[in-house]
Design a protein around this ligand. Structure first.
Ligand SMILES: Cc1ncc(COP(=O)(O)O)c(C=O)c1O
Length: 406
């Protein structure tokens, strides 16, 4: 049974499909969001589910927003469609400082309602009915729905399971005359992998050879552990006209609820993407744009503090899972704050495993099948929650596994 279906059964709700477009009937709310909905009906759950970091938005961002709300009449009004000019300029300064790409704040940057809107708009801008989009898999669940919403065809290319790395040869073999784009996310949700510079350069070469667009989901660009370095497609000038890079303030500045991110693309693509942004959102929320400006212009110690805390939580959850080695195997994350745990239970699908964890152990995880076919046999665990929540969740899982019958 799909999670959607399980959720419907659990809530007693039945979908009416008559009169609903085929485009929408064929997509699902991602299991990442469905699991907390199911869990809201289960008393006392602890979450390793949705990727919400435990940190509050830093006080200097809140102060700056309060000041603007009190003193600026425009804080309750729409901004220009692509976003406040001073925010776009700050974003361009940040990108140019990091990548020396000469990003133009007027022509190449649009502030969006989170990276999510940027990704949806990018896919809708580029993908026609029947176009194929390559997704190294397992992959972020919403990338699949975004491709389906555009009536495109997701083409899954498995990551190597020993280290969750890109299979560049597999990607080359998956390219057909209908291939339009490839979506890459590094550091990676759901595996915590960090893709190597050599593989990312090879993917860029393939995109150039085969006239594809690279959609680079940079949501976790700041979050790499153990002194490793993140390589971004933004560093490749040869890719400029075929790159759409999406960024988020959600995780970097503990701003998931503010719903603000941005997209960088060449003018030729952004001009068209802006039409979708206008139809969907008009502009990103003005107060959130002020928050994003304060985040970019303020002290950056908060980012380092988040990284340090998450690195410690990564070690903590890995240590706890190593203590359950007869039940789970996993690859230690190099970035982001997720890991895919393969459970050693033959013949149990990940949906059943995750639902039993929810209802019997009262621990929220996300079934691996939500992340494409290669996710089956796993559950995704987020270690964005507080240390005590991770410890409690692991205690419950350990106790449950000791008694559960399969
Ligand atoms: C890989 C990935 N892309 C995009 C998003 C959406 O980010 P935002 O909150 O900026 O919309 C998320 C959120 O969890 C994510 O994990």
């Amino acid at each position: 049974m799909s999670l959607q279906r399980s959720a419907l059964v659990a809530s007693g709700k039945v979908y009416r499909t008559h009169g609903i477009s085929k485009r929408v009937s064929q997509i699902n709310i991602s299991a990442i969001k469905e699991m907390p909905l199911l869990a809201s009906k289960v008393e006392g759950c602890v979450s390793l589910g949705q990727g919400i970091p435990s940190f509050p938005t830093p006080p200097h961002i809140l102060d700056a927003v309060c000041e603007k709300m009190k003193n600026r009449q425009d804080s309750g009004k729409y901004t220009l469609g692509p976003g406040m000019p001073e925010l776009r300029e700050a974003i361009a300064r940040y990108l140019n400082g990091k990548f020396s790409i000469g990003a133009d704040p007027d022509r190449e940057i649009c502030v969006t309602v989170g990276a999510m809107e940027a990704l949806s708009a990018a896919v809708l801008t580029l993908v026609d009915r029947g176009d194929e989009v390559i997704l190294p898999s397992p992959n972020y669940a919403s990338h699949i729905e975004q491709v389906l919403l555009a009536e495109g065809v997701p083409v899954f290319v498995p990551l190597s399971e020993d280290g969750w790395q890109l299979d560049v040869e597999g990607i080359r073999r998956a390219i057909t005359p209908r291939t339009k784009a490839i979506i890459i996310c590094s550091p990676h949700n759901p595996t915590g992998a960090l893709f190597s510079e050599a593989d990312l350069r090879a993917v860029a070469d393939l995109a150039i050879q085969h006239d594809l667009v690279v959609i680079s989901d940079e949501t976790y660009d700041f979050l790499v552990y153990d002194g490793l370095k993140h390589f971004s497609f933004m560093s490749l000038p040869e890719l400029k006209d075929r790159l759409v890079a999406t960024f988020s303030f959600s995780k970097k500045y503990a701003m998931t609820g503010w719903r603000v991110g941005y997209v960088y693309a060449s003018e030729g693509i952004l001009d068209h993407l802006m039409k979708i942004h206008d139809a969907m959102a008009i502009c990103a929320p003005t107060v959130s744009q002020y928050a994003a400006l304060a985040a970019l212009e303020g002290p950056q110690d908060c980012v380092a503090e988040i990284r340090t805390a998450l690195s410690r939580r990564c070690d903590l959850i890995c240590e706890r899972l190593r203590g359950m080695a007869e039940h789970f195997e996993f690859v230690k994350p190099r970035g982001a704050y997720y890991l895919m745990a393969r459970y050693r239970k033959e013949g149990v699908d990940s949906m059943s495993f995750a639902l039993r964890l929810l209802y019997e152990a009262r621990v929220i995880t996300v079934p691996g099948s939500a992340f494409g076919p290669t996710g089956e046999g796993h559950v995704r665990m987020s270690f964005g929650g507080a240390d005590a929540a991770i410890e409690e969740a692991c205690d419950r899982i350990e106790k449950w596994l000791a008694g559960a019958r399969f």
